[in-house]
Write a protein that binds this ligand. Structure first.
Ligand SMILES: C[S@@+](CC[C@H](N)C(=O)[O-])C[C@H]1O[C@@H](n2cnc3c(N)ncnc32)[C@H](O)[C@@H]1O
Length: 312
């Protein structure tokens, strides 16, 4: 039986959170965006903006990690969908669609027509440009909008997903409510998100709070609070999974390794210049980002969850 403490999301929030910081991070316009400039030497952050997914032995710092995460969410979602009365409607609504990578993959691999909604104009522009460049626009297209107030008519969609974007939403219950509103009865909803682990957060509140700050996240739900909210709204929650070991733990390992290299003064000085010249990133900002992420993640304060549900 669940206790009331597991059902309460940690009260700890990033009180100074502002949407302008989310825009800053994703528009290459604040110090948090330096991490993406640093990562772009290995992975295509101009198209994908998530932590990815790898199994034991798979190399994570490659673009394949992005498609693995998308497939990991898409396959069970489409299994549910293919059993539904709506299976001939091949339109997917992607909420928090970023730079379009997941939507483009959904079209190319699963034949879905995708409308992506994102609150950051810079990402919407890039996503449309990416879709055009790959020859999939307008079957895959993107528009500006807020997940908590979707510019989509009631009961007009049968397939909705959101990949790693809800963390940024200041009112995640409102987002779930919106998904419920736009879905047709029997429609399928899948999403992935960062989740707070209450027992660990209570133990390490300062590290957790710093994590929220560097990622421009107002607060996180838990597996229990999300599950409860979905049931209460009228979703039939079919499946949930925690896949922390397939992404967050790998990221934590990379962070540990780089923070260790950065402690070597000669290397750090040389690398700072190289990273600035080659990729335009400020390595001091990257190091701070990795340090705060590592402090929270290595203490198990955050999990990565996947959810698949059907509107009753
Ligand atoms: C971590 S990225 C994920 C992007 C994409 N789903 C992917 O996997 O590449 C989060 C995205 O959520 C968007 N976002 C944040 N708050 C939002 C909101 N309230 N409504 C819609 N999109 C939002 C951001 O602009 C960003 O593009």
């Amino acid at each position: 039986m669940q206790t009331s403490s597991t059902l309460t999301p940690p009260a700890i929030r990033h009180d100074e959170w502002a949407l302008s910081d989310v825009h800053g991070q994703y528009s290459d316009a604040n110090s948090h965006a330096d991490l993406y400039r640093f990562l772009m030497r290995w992975i295509d952050v101009s198209t994908h903006l998530n932590i990815g997914y790898s199994r034991f032995g798979q190399r994570h710092l490659t673009n394949a990690n992005f498609t693995r995460l998308i497939d990991r969410i898409a396959r069970p979602m489409l299994e549910l969908y293919d059993d539904s009365v709506h299976r001939h409607d091949r339109r997917l609504l992607d909420i928090g669609s970023g730079r379009g990578g997941a939507a483009i993959h959904a079209h190319q691999s699963y034949g879905l027509e995708v409308l992506g909604i994102d609150i950051t104009p810079y990402n919407v522009e890039r996503a449309n440009a990416n879709a055009r460049r790959r020859g999939v626009w307008p079957a895959v297209s993107f528009a500006e909008g807020d997940a908590q107030d979707l510019p989509i008519p009631e009961e007009s969609r049968a397939l909705v997903w959101s990949i790693e974007s809800p963390a940024h939403f200041p009112d995640k219950k409102k987002f779930l409510h919106e998904v419920y509103r736009v879905l047709k009865p029997g429609g399928v909803f899948a999403f992935s998100d960062l989740l707070a682990v209450p027992t660990r957060v209570r133990q390490w509140p300062e590290f957790y709070k710093e994590f929220l700050r560097v990622w421009d996240v107002p607060y996180l739900e838990t597996m229990e609070t999300y599950s409860e909210a979905l049931w209460e709204l009228g979703f039939d929650l079919r499946k949930t999974e925690i896949v922390t070991k397939n992404n967050i733990d790998i990221y934590t390992g990379y962070a540990r390794r780089y923070l260790t290299y950065f402690r070597i003064p000669g290397f750090y000085k040389w690398y700072t210049g190289r990273v600035r010249r080659r990729w335009g990133a400020n390595l001091d900002n990257v190091r701070e980002h990795l340090r705060h992420s590592y402090n929270a993640l290595s203490r198990g304060t955050i999990d990565y969850g996947l959810f698949w549900a059907i509107k009753r």
